[in-house]
Design a protein around this ligand. Sequence first.
Ligand SMILES: Cc1cc2nc3c(=O)[nH]c(=O)nc-3n(C[C@H](O)[C@H](O)[C@H](O)COP(=O)(O)OP(=O)(O)OC[C@H]3O[C@@H](n4cnc5c(N)ncnc54)[C@H](O)[C@@H]3O)c2cc1C
Length: 424
Amino acid sequence: MNIPETGVPRIVVIGGGFAGISFIKKLRNEKVQIVLFDRHNYHTFQPLLYQVSTAGLEPDSIAYPLRKIFRKNRDFHFRMAEVENINTENNTIFSSIGSLRYDYLVIATGTRTNFFGNESIAENSMPMKTVPQALNIRSLILQNIEKADITADERERKSLLNFVIAGAGPTGVELAGALAEFRKGILENDYPELDEDEMNVHLIEGQNRVLPPMSETVSKKAQKFLEKLGVQIHLETYISGYDGKTVTTKDGKNFETATFIWAAGVTGALLKGIDGEALVERANRYKVDEFNAVKGFQNIYALGDIALMETQEYPKGHPQVAQPAIQQGKRLGKNFRKMLKGDKMEPFTYFDKGTMATVGRNKAVVDIGRMHFGGAIVWFLWMFVHLWFLVGFRNRVVTFFNWTYSYINYDRAARLIIRPFKKN
Ligand SMILES: Cc1cc2nc3c(=O)[nH]c(=O)nc-3n(C[C@H](O)[C@H](O)[C@H](O)COP(=O)(O)OP(=O)(O)OC[C@H]3O[C@@H](n4cnc5c(N)ncnc54)[C@H](O)[C@@H]3O)c2cc1C
């Protein structure tokens, strides 16, 4: 793997997501060697993936080279590889490019899409967890609209213009809102031969309200916003399958669609080699103590979405969103500094800064403690927060420019089919 032995403790980090990068940043000047593995050579800002899928942003606005983030870290090494296995007895990881010994291991692998064992959905739906997947969705949406424009068969045209999204969590809501705006701003102007009313956006949710993890107040507000945009919401509806043409539900509904986006769930991205008391099977997460150490191990830590820390306030673990991952990464980084000096580590405490979701132009909702708001001010706040947390100055500037341009012109500039989507 071409990693030198430098005589200092080697920390192997798996995953350059929010947790992994927050952790490594805190160790910039420490006498440790850090080896970061990720299957991509960039960090992905997942909260804005839906903007790539719906042609609002180019993919390079929400991704950032991992090597560049840590340019100033000394004794830092990045390897683009898939880590497959861990041997905890020999302190070794095994990856697609070979094996490596570690002194400390930090697992920050996040989650992967959960199809709940449904093969037809796994095979035929469009998941949205990575930049390539978001680009696939973008291409498919645009390809289907182009096809619809030249299709005389009414049934086929309707299927091409029928967009079905599974899951009304923040991702599903954001996608549905963006697609509904696409119909208003783009279809109307750029596809004069198409009837705007033939394009439908369906949002399907198993629970009895949209945004189930958020408060009922903002859930109602978000539903109103979506309905105003013309999104058709189907609550308490469970999807049973998708054969590539029709989404079927357990209560007997059928949705003919050429675009079915799966935003209905994630599950922990586990690695082979850690099980027993360390593994919480129902959630596919690693059980950690208040210092993020994996149960039963002294030199293995887990951070972010993959870690399950049971606390009084969060008996089922922290929510799988960006803030716990960032805060745990920072805390563990600071704790490593303490440990290297021989000081005691501090336990992790989560500071809940609130939860936001956007539905569309001037429409966003937020829960902050006992306060629940929605509207244009929250939408501007949502934009500010996302710009703030985007990695890289260039990405912030480009995204800000794109959003301002879209706001003024009602446009989605990245409507390009650069690499047509082909189903395998
Ligand atoms: C579409 C979408 C929208 C979201 N929107 C929001 C939002 O609006 N607000 C919010 O707070 N949160 C949101 N989230 C959740 C948020 O992105 C996650 O909670 C956060 O990314 C968790 O950070 P993490 O570091 O634990 O994992 P991640 O950020 O997922 O990083 C994991 C990294 O590990 C790498 N990896 C995984 N397995 C391996 C392996 N075996 N070998 C090598 N590399 C590996 C992956 O490539 C990835 O880079 C969203 C998530 C998604 C998918």
